[in-house]
Design a protein around this ligand. Structure first.
Ligand SMILES: CC(C)(COP(=O)(O)OP(=O)(O)OC[C@H]1O[C@@H](n2cnc3c(N)ncnc32)[C@H](O)[C@@H]1OP(=O)(O)O)[C@@H](O)C(=O)NCCC(=O)NCCS
Length: 189
């Protein structure tokens, strides 16, 4: 089987101590991490990524079970940071409830904050939710004394690259990722 290579940027931002929380649009609610939400993070991740370029780069993102395994792996990482891990919901009543966005953060081996996956489901994009999720994750890193945050993004994912640049992230290095079959994919970002 032929391998496909995807160009990806590693981007970093300096976290300035004065950073403050950005307000969330009306009708939406930020939901902090607790272990009972793992399944909801996985489902929201799957709905955010399944039709996007990253599900070619990381086939687990296009697969519900792959997203569940990935969430379990992120949760078990030694640097998992509940304060940088958030969901966004929408709806005024339990009947209306929709899960719209997810982000997870960890402390990496160098002590830097690392965003693992951020996803907003298609019907709720372009309303500032991606911005709110990143800002919240960064505030979580800041609360744990971190002064830099990083992430990786597929170079062709223009919406995501624009979002990160707008929030101050700058390209630090370029890496090439070989896409692998879903069954052998241990982790995504
Ligand atoms: C990348 C992603 C997370 C962005 O989420 P989002 O909620 O659309 O992000 P935002 O709404 O904060 O920003 C998107 C755009 O909406 C604009 N926007 C923000 N608030 C807005 C508002 N209230 N009204 C109109 N536009 C608004 C932003 O300026 C931004 O414009 P730009 O594309 O010119 O930069 C989303 O597209 C996604 O989930 N993609 C699939 C998964 C993925 O690729 N994730 C990234 C992996 S690295």
């Amino acid at each position: 089987m032929e391998s496909t290579y995807f160009k990806r940027f590693r981007m970093e931002v300096d976290i300035v101590a004065a950073r403050s929380a950005i307000g969330i649009p009306d009708g939406y609610r930020l939901v902090p991490w607790n272990d009972s939400l793992l399944e909801i993070h996985a489902r929201t991740k799957h709905r955010s990524f399944r039709d996007e370029i990253d599900s070619m780069v990381f086939p687990c993102l296009g697969d519900a079970e792959g997203c569940r395994r990935l969430m379990q792996e992120i949760r078990l990482k030694p640097g998992f940071l509940a304060d940088a891990t958030w969901l966004i919901s929408w709806g005024h009543s339990p009947e209306e409830l929709q899960w719209c966005g997810t982000i997870q953060g960890i402390t990496d081996r160098s002590g830097m904050g690392s965003i693992q996956n951020i996803g907003v489901v298609p019907g709720h994009r372009g309303r500032g939710l991606g911005t709110v999720l990143i800002e919240r994750a960064i505030l979580g890193f800041l609360a744990h004394g971190m002064r830099k945050a990083s992430l990786e993004v597929t170079a062709d994912n223009q919406a995501a690259v624009r979002l990160y640049r707008r929030l101050g992230f700058r390209k630090y290095s370029t890496v090439y990722k070989v896409s692998e079959p879903v069954s052998s994919e241990p982790a995504c970002l």
